[in-house]
Design a protein around this ligand. Structure first.
Ligand SMILES: *Cc1c(COP(=O)(O)O)cnc(C)c1O
Length: 425
């Protein structure tokens, strides 16, 4: 038995499924998850001492790579002065100022401790602001594990959803309308029918939790127009795309101005931090200014804020995103080129520093198309790459991430390994 396997057996005795977040358990690809002991730059080491080039990056936060020296130093120096006060600190103002400066749609922002908290709070705020209950989400988009958001589509386009998790009251789920991603007409129909009751539309402006799906420009544009027309709040969930796809996030990339935005992952630089912000008139509805309650003992935690500040400053370096996007594109072009040469049905694409790989002839544009890709082929590829020392997300339905620490040689080695695997069939 490997050390990883031993640890996994031991973990399962006290932790449900052996993991503290389900997709880590390798359920969809099979085998024992790797327990990591160390990370540095683009690399991680598991409990058996095996090294991997990492394309998960803690599921997105680690845009500077593992154990970035400046980030680690800032956290250590901050920790030495106290871990938490439950009282305001100057760093929080600095981070809020940086966020509203980088993301022009935000006049005000509040810090929380996770992406889930940010989206839950943004939804409550949208409901409180509009006095309406219904929310619109898109099938396959993940917005954290808040009750109203754990809902998948029923059969028809305009069906109100059923919960996709036990423990979510049907009474609550019935307020969530689930539509197809990239379907502007479906959205128009939903507003025509339910426009007066819709508090908000929440969307991943580049979908990254059903593998990666690029938004059609008319889809995002229709969303903006319909929300304005019907007095609904448009929420861009940029927990994954925030500062990952460009310096002003996906809203900057596509030129759409949401009313509220949510952040997590990159903004915390690897520490637990989330944020939600937007229009002043909406944000002023939050306690203590307004009637919408939201709070957190560890919100704006000094260590998380310190890591976020360093990260946001470093990614503002000239050329940072050009280099990151070029490297990510080199990876997907290399993989797709190798697959084409070897006659493997595979495609890949990237947006900034995130990418998708599909065992399908062309990149999917909807959840249904993602579901139709060859999952068994992905699982074989995943394990072959893992054995070869390349760590990708253990699911065919997740996006991948490249960091500034990945070198051209890392990318070339990854493409060469994939080529060998494609050649072997
Ligand atoms: C990761 C993610 C979340 C949830 O964030 P957590 O920090 O895991 O709670 C919400 N929305 C999107 C788009 C995400 O990718």
């Amino acid at each position: 038995m490997t050390r990883n396997e031993e640890l996994f057996l031991r973990a399962q005795k006290t932790i449900p499924g052996g993991v503290n977040s389900p997709v880590r358990a390798f359920r969809s690809v099979g085998g024992a998850p790797r327990f990591f002991t160390r990370g540095e730059g683009a690399r991680v080491w598991d409990a058996d001492g095996k090294a991997y080039i990492d394309y998960v990056g803690s599921w997105g936060p680690l845009i500077l790579g593992h154990a970035d020296a400046d980030t680690v130093r800032a956290v250590q120096q901050t920790a030495a002065k106290g871990l938490s006060f439950g009282a305001p600190t100057e760093g929080e103002i600095e981070l809020a100022e940086l966020l509203v400066q980088r993301v022009p749609s935000m006049d005000m922002v509040r810090l929380v401790s996770s992406g889930t908290e940010a989206t839950m709070s943004a939804i409550r705020l949208a409901r409180g602001f509009t006095g309406r209950d219904a929310i619109v989400k898109f099938e396959g988009c993940y917005h954290g594990h808040g009750d109203s958001l754990l809902v998948k589509a029923g059969s028809g386009l305009l069906t109100f959803g059923n919960p996709s998790s036990a423990g979510v009251p049907a009474d609550l789920a019935q307020h969530t309308l689930v539509l197809d991603y990239n379907d502007a007409q479906g959205l128009r129909d939903a507003f025509a029918k339910h426009g007066k009751t819709i508090a908000c539309v929440i969307v991943e402006p580049v979908a990254g939790n059903m593998n990666l799906i690029v938004p059609k420009p008319e889809f995002l544009a229709a969303m903006r127009e319909l929300c304005t027309q019907h007095g609904a709040v448009l929420i861009f969930d940029e927990v994954m795309t925030g500062f990952r796809v460009g310096p002003a996030s996906a809203q900057g990339l596509y030129g759409i101005t949401p009313d509220l935005s949510t952040f997590g992952k990159v903004v915390g630089g690897g520490m637990p931090l989330g944020a939600f912000g937007g229009r002043r008139d909406i944000m002023e509805k939050i306690a203590p200014l307004g009637p919408v309650y939201q709070a957190g003992t560890l919100s704006g935690n000094p260590l998380s804020v310190a890591a976020g500040l360093v990260t946001l400053k470093k990614i503002a370096a000239p050329g940072f995103y050009e280099a990151l996007a070029a490297k990510t594109k080199a990876l997907v072009d290399g993989l797709a080129g190798a697959a084409r040469q070897r006659g493997v049905k595979f495609s890949a694409q990237s947006v900034g520093g995130m990418f998708g790989m599909y065992f399908a002839a062309t990149p999917p544009t909807s959840c249904a198309e993602v579901m139709a890709s060859d999952k068994d082929a992905f699982n074989r590829y995943f394990h072959a790459m893992l054995d070869a020392g390349f760590y990708f997300a253990p699911s065919a339905f997740e996006a991948g991430f490249v960091s500034a620490a990945h070198s051209d040689a890392d990318i070339a080695a990854t493409v060469a390994a994939a080529d060998a695997i494609f050649a072997a069939g």
